[in-house]
Design a protein around this ligand. Structure first.
Ligand SMILES: Cc1cc2nc3c(=O)[nH]c(=O)nc-3n(C[C@H](O)[C@H](O)[C@H](O)COP(=O)(O)OP(=O)(O)OC[C@H]3O[C@@H](n4cnc5c(N)ncnc54)[C@H](O)[C@@H]3O)c2cc1C
Length: 261
């Protein structure tokens, strides 16, 4: 699930250990794994299970704005698809949505193309670039990155410490924030929005990245529940309510621990 994405933004590599841990536990415990298969009511019933735990995560919100589907010629992708590395990003990037995923994706985009610490050390050692230039190129790539949001502040739903840390990075990386706006249309490389009573545009945008929040993906749970099945059903993690890995893992553990009780 999303754990495959959450380690991608800068400074989050430690999260990969969670994936490593669960991958090896799944193997050690001989848990049968079927990837690339979509479960539905029929396939679940075929197992004749005693209990089914739904951990189906989230659906990504796509606001109802003309052109957001790319039909007017804009290059538009979900943040999650960008972080999966499925699509390349251009030189001028606009991230729509300034909450956790939007902020982290903007930081990630700004850092793409920065020179690595190892190369920076080599350049410093042989004095191949002036110090200031080297520092700039080590800190970030050369993309222009803008975040746009309808709310008056970035990261309003994030905890205070994480928010302060992310905002500090956004400032340092020169990411532009345009807040308190209403987006009207995506048309080719142009974004049309309203700020106050004024209509404004952002031009020459190569890539739009949508990070407009998530909603629980609990349709399958509801469908199964409606059939009044002969087995126990549980809903855990983000498909109950989008939160963090801690709640998802804890609810998974607690549900499994209490299965026989
Ligand atoms: C960019 C990003 C950064 C994040 N950073 C953090 C962080 O720093 N710390 C933190 O705690 N959390 C973070 N999160 C959130 C965290 O990843 C989620 O809260 C957590 O992964 C939720 O786990 P879950 O198992 O409930 O759902 P998910 O991880 O969403 O997994 C759901 C899985 O169910 C599968 N699925 C859905 N329907 C079906 C079906 N019908 N049949 C078969 N499979 C199905 C999906 O393909 C998916 O693999 C981040 C998320 C993102 C996107």
């Amino acid at each position: 699930g999303q754990a495959n994405l959450s380690w991608v933004p800068p400074g989050r590599y430690d999260i990969h250990e969670i994936l490593d841990y669960y991958s090896s536990q799944i193997e050690n415990l001989g848990i049968e794994l079927h990837l690339g298969v979509e479960a539905d009511l029929e396939s679940i019933n075929k197992y004749q299970p005693d209990a089914v735990i739904f951990a189906t995560g989230v659906k990504y919100n796509i606001p109802d704005i003309p052109g957001i589907d790319g039909s007017l010629g804009s290059e538009i992708y979900l943040a999650e698809k960008i972080l999966e590395g499925e699509y390349p990003i251009g030189k001028n990037v606009v991230v729509v949505g300034g909450s956790a995923t939007g902020m982290e994706t903007a930081i990630w985009a700004a850092e793409q193309g920065a020179i690595s610490s190892e190369i920076a050390k080599f350049i410093a050692f042989y004095e191949l670039l002036p110090k200031e230039e080297l520092f700039k190129r080590w800190l970030r790539g050369n993309r222009k990155v803008t975040i746009i949001d309808m709310l008056p502040k970035l990261g309003m739903s994030i905890g205070r410490t994480t928010r302060g840390f992310l905002i500090g990075q956004i400032k340092k990386l020169g990411i532009i924030s345009i807040l308190n706006v209403q987006i009207k249309k995506f048309e080719g490389k142009t974004l049309i929005y309203e700020h106050g009573n004024e209509t404004k545009t952002l031009e020459n945008i190569d890539t739009f990245i949508i990070a407009a929040g998530v909603t629980p993906n609990d349709e399958l749970f509801n469908k199964v529940k409606q059939t009044n099945p002969p087995y126990k059903i549980f809903k855990i993690g983000d498909c109950k309510k989008p939160r963090t890995m801690m709640e998802a893992i804890h609810e998974g553990f607690r549900t499994a621990y209490n299965l026989d009780k």
